[in-house]
Design a protein around this ligand. Sequence first.
Ligand code: PMP
Length: 283
Amino acid sequence: RTVYVNGSFVPEDEATVSVFDRGFLFADGVYEVTSVLDGKLVDFAGHCGRLRRSLGELQMTLETTDEELLAIHRKLVSENAIEEGLVYLQVTRGAADRDFVFPPEDTPATLVLFTQAKSLIDSDLANRGQKIFTVEDQRWTRCDIKTVQLLYPSLAKMEAKSRGGDDAWLVRDGLVTEGSSNNAYIVLGDGTIVTRDLSNLILHGITRRAVLECARHLQMKVVERPFTVDEAIGAVEAFSTSASGFVCPVIAIDDNRIGTGEPGPVAGKLREVYIAEMRKSAI
Ligand code: PMP
């Protein structure tokens, strides 16, 4: 595999980053994951926009322009012959003597990108539906910044896996925030789709925005508000969204069957329409 590191395209086993990199020492970095369909990038503008916002919130500067980022993404996709999969991008505050104080302004950011070939449209998890366990949301309260500080979501997912589940939904003050690496939705008996409103407590999903737009086009009713675990357990359907999972149905929460216990029609329709729209607009 060819990867990108600080201006160079190199074979993955020749790519290196300093042991003093602040991403490594402080989790002082941000990332994006963009999916690839038909060899093209899905909602690249959305991911670039969110990257710039994450960087801004952490007073981090990246010299590389959006056009250059697009060219790097495209070169990796073509060099690695990715028809379907993901491009991972990470920016850290660079390498400097270990200190809680930020390094001087002129310290160059570390920019790393790599690809992952992966079947996204034909997904076992989407076909069978996910089993979710709820876990206390113990993350910091700037979940709107896409930092590489992913230890807690990783622990939460491991907890769900150890109970025989596929993923964790995080719960703060009795209300579901989001999944370990996706946004969370329920569908009420009258067809209303409910998902947590945007705030600092969740990541503003790029897929979330596109899927809610699809739902509104399909005349589905959408309400952005918090919901409890009990409300989710009583819902007729549930699902999650993310760049890598698209729309992925949920069939159980904390060992309670959701609806019929099979992937539901709302999630199915949204998945189909989302994929069709993204295939049209990918660049
Ligand atoms: N929430 C969290 C915590 C995530 O990590 C992700 C995916 N990185 C998402 C939501 C979904 O965001 P997106 O649709 O942009 O992939």
